[in-house]
Every structure is written in C-alpha cells, then in structure tokens.
Design a protein around this ligand. Structure first.
Ligand code: NG6
Ligand code: CA
Length: 478
C-alpha cells in the first residue's frame, strides 16, 4: 500500500512538474490572415459581416485597437513578423514572385530560430515559409504561379515524368494563357493583371507549364492547411510547439469552398472571410478538445489592410453593401493611411489573459522580441521591442513611435500623431481604388481627434510638423 501511494505521489509529482514546465513554456500559435481589414472582424466593427470565431478570441483575450503590420503589403509585413527587422531596411522586401530567391539572410535570427533554440518544434503552414522544422506552404500567393503546395521545400505530388516550369517574364511555347484562351476562365475573370497562366478556371500572375499532378484546387485549400495544422499539433502535443498558420483568405483569387459560398451575402470576399473565421473556430475547438487551450498563447492578426478589387471580377465592390472593411480608418491595402497597416490584433490564452481591450500602440515587429522574453529573456530583437506583459494584459505601456511602410514609402506614427512625408506617386492605386496617402504635400494628423485622417494639420501645427519630420528623418536614415 505504502509502495502504491509512493508511486501515486511520484506520478502526481511528475504530472504537476510537467504541468508547471508547460506553464512556463506555452505553445504559441500565430494565426495570420491575408488582407483582412480592421473593420472586417465583427469584434472591431459590428456591421453586416459576422466573424463569430475570431470574436471568440477577442471576447476571451485582448483586442488591440492600435496594432500595426509593418507594411501595407504581404511580403514586407511577413518579413518583419518573422525577423523583427523593419522591411525598409531590406530593399528586396517587396511583394515577391513564386520563384523569388531567399529574402531573409541566413545569418538572421528569425522567430522560428528563437523558438527552436528553446527546444520548440516549429512549423509554418499556409502562406509563406522560412527556417522552420516543418513547412507546408504555397510558393507565393494564391494568385501567383506555381499553384502547388510545397512541403519541406519540395513540391508535393510532383511526378518526375512531368516536371514543373515557372517563368514570370515570358510564356512557354504553346501554353495557353487567359489572353489566348479566355474560355479557360470558367470561375473568375481577370480585371487587371492576372492574365497569364490559367489553372482551375482561374487566371494567375506568371507563367507555368507541367507539374499537372501537383496542382492545387483552390476550393479545398482551407481544409488541406487545416488538416496539416491538426497533424502538426497531434505530432507535437508532448513538447512545446510554435506554429505560424498563414490563412490565405481573403486574398485574391477568392474561391471559398462551397460550404461558404453565398453565406455572407457579400459575394466571394465575404464568403472567404467566413471560411477563414471557420478555420479559426476549428482550430480553437481542436485545441479545446485536446486540452491544450490553457497552455497555448494565440496571436491573431493580418498582414495588411483590406482591398476590394485586387485584380479579378469577383463582386467585392458590387456586393459590399454597408460593410466597411477599413472600419473608421482611411485608406486600405497599399496605403500609408491608417487602414493600410492598422489591423485586427488579438492575443488569447485561456485562463492566463484577462479579457479586455488595449488602445496602446504595438507592431508585429515586436512579436519576435516579446516571444524571446516569453521563453527566455531579452528586451529587444533587431528593431522589435519586448511587449510581452502588454500582450498578456499585465501592463499598458506600448510603443511611442513606429515607422510604417506602403509600397516602398514610409511614414511615422508618434504618440497620437501620424506624419506622412512628401511622397511622389499616385494618390489612388489604379483599378484598386485605395488611397495611397502619397502626396507632394507633407501631412500631419492628430488621430486622437481625427481617426479618419480628414484634416491635414501640417500648416497649422508647424512646430509638431517640424518635430516629427526630424524624428522621421532620424529614424529612417540608412
Ligand atoms: C499585386 C497584385 C495583387 C496582389 C498583390 C500582392 C496585380 C495587378 N496585383 O501586384 O493582386 O497579388 O500584388 O498582395 O498583379 S499581397 O497581399 O500578397 O501583398
Ligand atoms: Ca496580404
């Protein structure tokens, strides 16, 4: 009996030990949506579109109202999220093609390296790659060739008898395109760009040839990635893991599964957001069932602001109705105005984070540094700062200043001010119809009084203008 008790004690000691260890090193999941706007999440802007599962995160976690992607497009934002380095420090951190060479220098310590060195299993599933133990991704974006899944750096299901060729400059002889064979576009037609190779009834950016057995079906992409996520969690439940889960929605081409078609009443863009929301719900349910929710920090965000017409005829503009993807902000994807980079950002950790809202400024640039602090120690990582306590709701002291970027131009957020230097370039992105914020006049906005950036105070607040201009020049000096 004594022996048995001793054994029991040992067992419970072991359980409490491992529990304790687990508490100190939680799993971390970053869910990163693609082109999801500040007002696309109903926890941010209660309107016509309902995102009940993302709202579940917000209701049980911290909803940040001043959280920023580093850039108003995808590649640069992801570059910064993974490295903690401002994208404008790297000339090549611009929207990349599906055959682009390595962007992050191998000597850089990425967020995956930070976790790996602390004994975590790491994986990237969905959109984008780099330095993880396991990867299951698309090569670039869902509108760019090659339209194949890449598993651990190899094209999945590729047959040696039918190699895959990619070229972004010219077509392969005899291969059809959206221009030569418009009848191939059975699902969506291109509006601007996107008129090269056609796959699955959808025209894309870039030319490709062959690799037929490896080509994906857009409608099942959500499920393929979700199943990969489940498998990774199942395989790593005994040790801490870091998962970067890149949702492909609502980036173009918006081709949601039939489960979601027609469900938003807003056409494919709204339906694609519901598909993304569903995936978030499925992931939460899975973690709940597996008893992992209490031991997993989830960070949900988006890589840049919203866009309606991003190159296909998909009714995004026509069926928008009253929905406001940019919320109360000005601009959108490609923009230096707030809606370009201010995005939904939620942290969730069941039982660990007291639900609330934070109006403090934070950037995705700070995630790597904050994770470093979570699993070991440290106050910074390249340009990123440690805001772990704020992410966990224990402190309310965010960034004082931040440089944001859109299409190679930069601007400054400082306290409640936004300073946009004089910039050459179009005021509105052609076809897309999003305002860029580019102007030959300097712009200065007081966001505490004018969140919609309607009143340029550059002339009336000349002292503030000069102060912020100087600070901007100092920070962005290369
Ligand atoms: C643009 C594409 C757009 C989208 C974007 C990248 C055209 C005309 N437009 O060049 O559709 O793919 O690149 O989006 O080709 S991002 O969210 O991945 O940055
Ligand atoms: Ca994007």
């Amino acid at each position: 009996m004594k022996k048995a008790l001793g054994f029991l004690c040992l067992v419970s000691l072991f359980i409490s030990c491992s529990k304790e260890e687990k508490t100190q090193t939680p799993n971390v999941i970053i869910i990163y949506a693609d082109d999801l706007g500040y007002g696309d999440v109903s926890a941010y802007e209660s309107g016509t579109l309902h995102t009940p599962n993302i709202d579940r995160l917000a209701a049980g976690g911290i909803k940040f109202t001043q959280a920023y992607a580093t850039s108003a497009t995808c590649t640069p934002s992801r570059f910064s999220l993974l490295t903690g380095i401002y994208p404008w420090r790297n000339e090549r951190a611009r929207v990349l093609a599906g055959d682009a060479p390595l962007l992050i220098h191998p000597d850089t310590t990425t967020i995956a390296d930070i976790f790996s060195s602390a004994g975590y299993s790491t994986a990237v599933i969905g959109k984008w790659h780099l330095g993880f133990d396991y990867s299951y991704i698309m090569a670039a974006t869902n509108d760019r060739v090659p339209t194949v899944y890449v598993k651990n750096k190899m094209v999945e299901n590729l047959s040696p008898d039918d190699p895959l060729y990619v070229n972004y400059q010219e077509n392969f002889e005899g291969e059809p395109t959206a221009i030569s064979n418009p009848e191939l576009m059975t699902k969506i037609k291109w509006q601007h760009g996107h008129n090269m190779s056609v796959h699955n009834g959808i025209p894309r950016i870039g030319f490709m040839k062959g690799g037929k057995s490896a080509l994906w079906t857009d409608e099942t992409m959500y499920e393929i990635f979700l199943n990969e996520v489940y498998s990774f969690i199942d395989a790593n439940r005994q040790k801490p893991f870091f998962l970067y889960y890149g949702l492909h929605e609502p980036h173009v081409p918006r081709v949601p599964n039939e489960k979601f078609v027609g469900k938003s009443g807003m056409g494919p863009r709204g339906d694609a957001i519901l598909e993304a929301d569903y995936c978030v719900g499925q992931l939460l349910d899975k973690l709940g069932k597996d008893g992992l929710l209490e031991n997993t920090l989830i960070i949900f965000s988006s890589d840049n602001g919203p866009v309606l017409n991003d190159g296909y005829y998909d009714d995004a503009v026509e069926k928008l109705g009253d929905h406001t993807p940019r919320g109360p902000l000005r601009g959108g994807k490609y923009s230096l105005f707030e809606a370009g980079t201010r995005v939904p950002f939620i942290t969730y950790w069941k039982g660990k984070i007291n639900p609330g809202t934070s109006d403090e400024m934070i950037s995705q640039l700070d995630i790597a540094a904050s994770m470093k602090s979570l699993i070991s120690s440290g106050e910074s990582h390249y340009d990123g700062q440690n805001f772990l306590n704020m992410l966990l709701g224990k402190e309310q002291k965010g960034r004082e200043e931040l440089v944001i970027q859109a299409m190679g131009r930069t601007a400054l957020r400082w306290k409640n001010w936004a300073y946009l230097p004089a910039n050459q370039g179009p005021a509105v992105v052609q076809h897309v119809n999003n305002e860029t914020g580019f102007s030959m006049e300097e712009q200065l906005y007081d966001l505490s009084r004018d969140l919609g950036q309607n009143q340029n105070l550059a002339e009336t607040e000349s002292e503030m203008l000069e102060k912020l201009r100087n600070r901007y020049l100092e920070l962005t000096k290369r």
